[in-house]
Design a protein around this ligand. Structure first.
Ligand SMILES: CC(C)(COP(=O)(O)O)[C@@H](O)C(=O)NCCC(=O)N[C@@H](CSSC[C@H](N)C(=O)O)C(=O)O
Length: 340
């Protein structure tokens, strides 16, 4: 597994002053996605990640199914020398937890995650909610694992060691929405080599709006004479359409639809399926995402997956129910492709 190294957080692409003479959009009708990638530079470190992902796919091709799990939020920088950025709530719980259950179900995992968000296995003992120091104790002047937690930690440690020593988990970080889009594009084309054995599980909370490079100030935004700061954002391109129709056309693609209003969740999930023509949308509400989701398929069938009160009390993670349901559908997808 690649050592987790930082690729620069929150700092967007190369420094350019505001280009107020920004050329008009190309005359020829190009899709939003093509226009986006022609006007924004890839992260300088992308070739290094591409090499890591290519080696990982070559290692598993023909032996294991590989799932790309995206996890965490994307940032929208407001200055080239980024002082301020727009972020979202996602901590990466869905992605990091799901990655563990995919690994337990014999998948190799590329974990495309927001840098410093929750990671598979270490999530049990990282961040302020579960600070690892709370699991330590001092015995005979030595730091030791608190015996109360040793058994539980041993189980997680063994799973972590198996994943890392068997090269089953590749950690690929991003911070900004531009880094996410470019890295997803590269990962998709590399994974397309696996045909139907490639599974995409898009749990990252992707920004819907961003500040184009052409209108991004070079330096820290100063306070305005008006006393206000008006920010004019553009819609993030609908990359899912590109992912389905060209980046990885034989892969099975699962996206998550996040809403806060229950009355529109199903319709928005169905709209995403008809717009992108992929295989599964998992709808979830911000407020109840840890205890229920709804699986929506192109035939408009819906299947609610819910934790019972007892399961909640027992600490059952809903991803332990979601992931097997996704894998069952992926196996059927592979079978259907084999018969084509
Ligand atoms: C983010 C959460 C809720 C998990 O939370 P944590 O456990 O705290 O991390 C995840 O379950 C989820 O809904 N992820 C998907 C959220 C999302 O951004 N979905 C997009 C669809 S994929 S982003 C694609 C782009 N907007 C487009 O339409 O092409 C949406 O709802 O619109």
């Amino acid at each position: 597994m690649s050592k987790h190294r930082s690729y620069g957080t929150a700092h967007p692409e190369p420094q350019t002053a505001i280009d107020r003479t920004h050329a008009d959009p190309p005359v020829a009708e190009v899709l939003d996605e093509d226009r986006y990638f022609s006007l924004h530079k890839p992260p300088a470190y992308l070739p290094e990640l591409e090499e890591q992902m290519t080696k990982f796919i070559e290692f598993h091709a023909g032996k294991k199914n590989v799932v790309l799990v995206t996890s965490g939020g994307t940032t929208v920088p407001l200055e080239n020398n980024t002082v301020r950025f727009i972020d979202n709530f996602s901590a990466g719980t869905r992605g990091a937890t799901s990655a563990e259950y995919f690994l337990e179900n014999d998948y190799a995992v590329i974990f495309l995650h927001r840098e410093y968000s929750l990671l598979p296995y270490s999530r049990h003992y990282s961040h302020t909610t579960n600070c690892f120091l709370d699991y330590m104790t001092e015995i005979d002047n030595k730091v030791q694992i608190n015996p109360d937690f040793a058994d539980e930690m041993l189980v997680v440690l063994r799973k972590y060691k198996n994943a890392t020593e068997s090269n089953l988990l590749l950690l690929i970080p991003y911070t900004t929405v531009n880094q996410y889009l470019y890295t997803l594009k590269s990962a998709s084309t590399i994974m397309s080599r696996l045909d139907s054995g490639a599974l995409f599980y898009l749990a990252a909370a992707v920004s819907d709006f961003f500040l184009p490079q052409s209108r991004m100030p070079q330096h820290k935004i100063q306070s305005q004479p008006s006393g206000k700061l008006v920010i004019d954002l553009e819609q993030v391109p609908k990359f899912l359409r590109r992912l389905v129709d060209s980046w990885a056309p034989s892969a099975m693609i699962v996206s998550f639809k996040l809403e806060t209003d229950n009355s529109i969740l199903l319709q928005k999930s169905l709209t995403a399926l008809s717009r992108y023509q992929h295989q599964l949308v998992i709808g979830n509400l911000l407020q109840t995402r840890k205890k229920e989701v709804v699986l929506v398929t192109p035939d408009e069938k819906t299947e609610w997956v819910r934790l019972s009160e007892q399961e909640e009390k027992n600490g059952v993670e809903i991803e332990s129910l979601i992931v097997p349901a996704v894998i069952e559908r992926h196996h059927k997808w592979i079978e259907s492709k084999r018969k084509e």
